[in-house]
Ligand binder design. Structure first.
Ligand code: AMP
Length: 577
């Protein structure tokens, strides 16, 4: 057997290790179900070296003997003092790499000596060399250093044939970069890259921290000097949790009990933050990243219309505003079905397997093939429309998935709301397929704008659970739709598609949807037409027989299939309705 080469994403905030085993990519668990090793090294009270979670935990108490974000210093002659000794950035990174090597060895039950390690595309030769040195110090021969966007592209497209232009948008905890990558068969090339070494999810946290501090000052007249590093560390923890919660929920609480004392009175932090207000805070950061994306595109001599894919990398890309703004800007759906924290390590492992000549399958993730959502009175094509589709779980999202949105009652004293549940992609909910509905009754008599929180939660078995809660009272109504994913057998799905196609003119179905389903579609159409023959009158039966023959001939001899399909589906649609 060829020698195993592990893949390592040596990140600024977190690092990960992945392997390829029996052709399958596997990111290795570090600790208690987490796959992320915080890239933090520290010295404990007893002089022991701490790595990862334990080092991160002592940061608030002992910042002077804890090292974070060492990646920013790679390749420089910066020295880090820890206890009696001073260390180079490569040595600190080696401590992190060594830990990852040990995790891989424990998992595999064998020694591991080689690794592919990823670095940002903008890393200089000196920074790459320092990364190689770190590997060697950790006892790893660095089989290859690859760019992070290259690794992400490999994770998504390891078995891709043909050419594709990909935007890899990477927003981590403390760094942002966007690269334009060209994939040509199995060659991946970074055409251009741009970014900001000091922009990421930590800045989002900081905005929330500033907001919380302002609230404490305004509400309780707390003075600046009361915000000691320990107090700030606690607010930071609450801010990050709230930020993460807001990625799937419209409101979050910032809660830290017994945060401060003023005149012997205990002050708790308890502050609600809405996603709307949070998004306003971070919009300037997102604007910056979009400008960088345009600069990278210019550097690659491409325009948005040349792009085939946008891949989201880095934990902070889970912020919904990131994908929304990118989709608006580029006009392409973003892809994040491979965990954005883990896809770079997965790509590194794939590169490792390729170097050792091992077979690799694509990274497998469970995704939903459909979008699920509800309808609301909202703008559709410039007009207020009562059945505007509001998707909550989008097609191609990794499952399990859970998302909550807030809706507002449009009328004063409204006591009931009908909640409709749809599966589909159309902006007008009525053109999607309704898969369930319920009514919330007995709402409080409130002015218009009463907040209703609706949650969609889809599990691995395709069970969709939908609930709505009046925020003010907590009153809740819910429904479970047992096989939301499987419930459409192909035939029903094709019928729904045909119906929508007819309503909108067939050209409105996307090219992708058409080609994906074409073969199945033809077969189902023929079966449908044949089943209709029995109950039809003579003329209709003749038309059906003609239509079926024409389509079969076209399929067998490569004739005008589109025309035959269109004629037969018109007929089937007409007879069915
Ligand atoms: P990375 O450096 O790629 O590990 O990304 C870490 C950053 O992602 C941190 O700022 C995290 O707080 C942030 N992050 C992780 N999960 C989420 C989430 N669900 N929503 C928003 N930000 C997140």
């Amino acid at each position: 057997m060829s020698e195993r080469i592990i893949g390592i994403d040596l990140g600024t905030t977190n690092s990960e290790v992945a392997i390829v085993k029996d052709g399958k990519v596997e990111v290795l668990e570090i600790h208690n179900g987490s796959y992320l090793l915080p890239s933090v090294v520290g010295l404990a009270d007893d002089g022991c070296m701490l790595v990862g979670e334990s080092a991160a935990n002592q940061f608030a108490l002992y910042p002077e003997r804890t090292v974070k974000s060492i990646k920013r210093h790679m390749g420089s002659d910066y020295q880090i003092n820890l206890g009696e000794h001073s260390y180079t950035p490569a040595e600190i990174s080696a401590i992190i790499l060594k830990r990852l090597k040990t995790i891989a060895e424990q998992h595999l039950g064998e020694a591991v000596n080689k690794a592919v390690i990823t670095v940002p595309a903008f890393f200089s030769d000196a920074q790459r060399q320092a990364t190689r040195d770190a590997g060697r110090i950790a006892g790893l021969e660095v089989a290859r250093i690859i760019n992070e966007p290259t690794a992400a592209a490999l994770a998504y497209e390891s078995n891709h044939l043909g050419q594709k232009n990909i935007m890899a948008y990477d927003l981590g905890g403390g760094t942002f970069d966007v690269s334009i990558v060209r994939l040509e068969n199995d060659v991946v090339e970074v055409l251009a890259s741009h970014g900001n070494n000091h922009l990421g999810g930590d800045d989002f946290d900081q905005k929330i921290i500033d907001h919380a501090i302002q609230h404490l000052k305004d509400e309780f007249s707390i003075e600046e000097k009361a915000f000691t590093p320990q107090v700030i560390a606690r607010i930071r923890r609450a801010a990050e949790s709230a930020k993460i919660y807001l990625s799937n929920n419209p409101f979050a609480m910032l809660d830290e009990e017994y945060l401060l004392k003023k005149n012997n009175k205990v002050i708790h932090l308890s502050l609600e933050l809405s996603r709307h207000d949070y998004e306003e805070m971070i919009t300037p950061f997102i604007d910056q990243t979009l400008q960088a994306a345009h600069i990278a595109l210019e550097g690659a001599n491409l325009s948005v219309s040349d792009l085939d894919e946008i891949l989201l990398i880095g934990g902070a890309t889970r912020t919904p505003l990131v994908s929304q703004r990118l989709e608006q800007e580029v006009g392409l759906p973003t892809r994040n079905e491979i965990d954005p924290d883990l896809c770079v390590a997965s790509g590194a492992a794939i590169q490792g397997a390729v170097i050792s000549g091992d077979k690799v399958n694509s990274v497998l993730v469970d995704i939903t093939p459909y979008t699920f959502g509800t309808s609301a009175l909202s703008m559709l094509d410039g007009e207020m429309y009562p059945y505007t589709y509001v998707p909550l779980i989008r097609k191609n999202s990794a499952i399990p998935a859970r998302h909550t949105e807030v809706f507002f009652t449009p009328h004063d004293n409204q006591e009931r709301v009908d909640v409709m549940i749809y599966q589909g992609e159309e902006k007008d909910a009525l053109n999607n397929t309704e898969i369930g509905r319920y009514t919330i009754e007995g709402l409080s008599k409130a002015p218009a704008g009463n907040e209703i929180l609706t949650t969609f939660s889809l599990d691995l078995n395709g069970i969709l659970h939908v609930s709505s809660k009046e925020k003010a009272t907590g009153m809740e109504v819910s429904i479970t739709i047992d096989n939301a994913i499987a419930r459409f057998d192909e035939e029903e799905l094709e019928q729904a598609k045909m119906r929508i196609g007819q309503l909108l003119g067939d050209g409105s179905l996307s090219e992708q949807a058409r080609s994906d389903n074409q073969r199945n579609h033809n077969q189902i159409l023929i079966e449908k037409a044949e089943s209709l023959m029995e109950g039809s009158g003579e003329d209709d039966r003749e038309d059906l027989v003609d239509g079926v023959e024409r389509l079969k001939d076209a399929l067998a001899q490569g004739g005008d299939i589109d025309d035959a399909v269109s004629q037969l589906s018109d007929l089937v649609f007409y007879l069915e309705s």
